[in-house]
Design a protein around this ligand. Structure first.
Ligand code: MSP
Length: 486
């Protein structure tokens, strides 16, 4: 059993979760579930990033202590992940004591490598990104990501010698699969070609963070603190056995706006700390509304919990994974959401399960051929149509997951579902008078539909397992996906 450790970014505990956060987490969950089905020893880590000047300020503005504020937000994230059936193995919070220990052990390693030195930082700092910006990186004098005014910071603190890793990082990014997809790799190479500058890794004017050893008036820069969560989550530094099993991570899934931190800072910090590098950082695109990134700052968020209450977790998961080519930006509209839901979930899959279970319950006692377990491997029909189709779906699914083409992976299953529906229409078992022939067709459809439901598990886990249960005991039940009108 091979280990497969994957992570989402840890989300800022500044405000409640929105559909953009759900997007990354659902994608990570689908990948985790797929690898579990393959028999891998999967560990999925997600959580909240709870330190930093932004959170300190937001809590103060809300008249709450930072601790009260982050507790409330972390609960909201956990509730949403439960509603969306996210199968994480740990929800990490950077205010937990084992994370403090891990960050300090990591810091010691950076110090031991000789890569930390005292320097003075003078310049812009965006509290929302928790990032330092050079004058040429600002857009109209403001943060290039949020368009917000930056703080002018001038303080002596610890610096990390990032520039020492220029050559190693160029090789890593240009010659390996470390950064995916290709468009992001080119973007990271572009950043690298501008030349790397050392960056500060502690802050004096911030109180809400992990204190720097021997410097109680400074806290560790929130991105160093946050990135180290990937180590804490699997037991660094105390649980050597678990850490040894899962590190290095196979995959860090992130949004495209944080590639600099994950594709440049993080590998350099790991190299400095003498720890192995993760295999891949995959940066996906943004969920947009009317072409604009969905974010709290823009104020165009979509209430994910309300969407789940109205349509169910599977519907939300399916839309996000299927409708947006993974890696690119994609717009969210209610009309497209309902259209996709009706076509692929209510009509194609929901109806198929309904037809297959109806046939099974109607003919099960009469047809000997049906007395095989529907969950058993696909029996081969005379013409092999559905077996070929099932084999093709499985192969396409595995290939799509290997390339992180999640939309293609869902598409492979929905094509298989369409093939089964077509087979039913062609064979029309309800019109067959030959009992043996009818039994063979129905058994075939039940087995193939069971296969399709199993392949759908990473994407629509709730309906997929309910469909398998109903097929197993020939129970018709209410529609899995009732139709909606716009
Ligand atoms: N706390 C940092 C990450 C630290 S990881 C060591 C952070 N947090 S965040 O709350 O801003 O969440 C960022 C992540 O949320 C993005 O990288 C992305 O994965 C996801 N998204 C937030 N808005 C999004 C969209 N509109 N669309 C898609 N994903 C989005 O950055």
């Amino acid at each position: 059993m091979s280990a497969y450790y994957l992570t989402t970014p840890i989300y800022y505990a500044n405000d409640l979760p929105h559909i953009g956060h759900a997007y990354t987490t659902i994608a990570a969950d689908a990948i985790a579930r797929f690898h579990r089905l393959q028999g891998d020893d999967v560990f999925l880590l997600t959580g909240t990033d709870e330190h930093g000047v932004n959170i300190e300020r937001i809590a103060a503005n809300a008249g709450a202590s930072a601790t009260q504020h982050v507790n409330r937000v972390a609960d909201a994230f956990r509730e949403l992940w439960a509603a969306l059936d996210i199968s994480y193995d740990r929800f990490i919070r950077t205010t937990e004591t084992d994370h403090y220990r891990a960050v300090l052990a990591f810091w010691d390693r950076l110090q031991a490598s000789g890569d930390l030195y005292r320097g003075t930082y003078t310049g812009a700092y965006c509290a929302r990104c928790e990032a330092y910006y050079q004058p040429d990186e600002l857009r109209h004098g403001a943060c290039p990501v949020h368009g917000l005014a930056c703080d002018e910071v001038s303080e002596e603190n610890w610096f990390f010698a990032l520039s020492r890793y220029q050559g190693t990082l160029e090789h890593l990014v240009a010659d390996t699969d470390f950064v995916q997809p290709l468009s992001r790799r080119n973007e990271v190479l572009g950043i690298l070609r501008q030349g790397l500058r050392d960056f500060s890794v502690s802050r004096r004017q911030v109180k809400w963070g992990i204190p720097v050893p021997d410097r109680p008036d400074e806290v560790i820069y929130v991105w160093v603190d946050a990135l180290a969560n990937y180590l804490t989550g699997i037991g660094f530094p105390d649980q050597a056995e678990t850490f040894g099993r899962y590190w290095p991570a196979q995959l860090h899934l992130v949004g495209k706006e944080i590639i600099r931190f994950h594709c440049i800072y993080w590998p350099a910090l790991l190299l400095s700390a003498d720890l192995p590098l993760p295999k891949t950082v995959y940066a996906h695109g943004w969920l947009t509304k009317d072409g604009q990134k969905i974010s709290k700052t823009t104020g165009n968020t979509i209430d994910t919990s309300a969407l789940v209450r109205e349509f169910g977790a599977d519907a939300v998961r399916h839309y996000l994974l299927r409708a947006i080519p993974f890696g690119q930006d994609g717009d969210f509209t209610r009309e497209a959401f309902i259209a996709r839901y009706n076509a692929e979930l209510a009509n194609d899959f929901g109806n198929l399960v309904h037809r297959a279970t109806s046939l099974a319950s109607r003919y099960a006692s009469a047809d000997a051929a049906l007395r095989v377990s529907a969950g058993a491997a696909l029996r081969s029909p005379a013409d092999g149509v559905l077996r070929d189709s099932a084999d093709a779906a499985r192969a396409r699914l595995a290939d799509a997951f290997a390339r992180f083409a999640l939309h293609e992976a869902v598409g492979a299953v929905s094509d298989f579902v369409r093939d089964i529906n077509r087979y039913l229409e062609q064979t029309q078992p309800w019109h067959l008078s030959d009992l043996e022939a009818r039994g063979a067709v129905v058994a075939e459809v039940v087995a193939a539909t069971t296969q399709a439901a199993r392949l759908y598990e990473p994407f629509i886990p709730r309906a997929a397992s309910e469909a398998q249960r109903r097929l197993q005991c020939a129970e018709v039940g209410d529609p899995l996906f009732p139709r909606y009108s716009c």
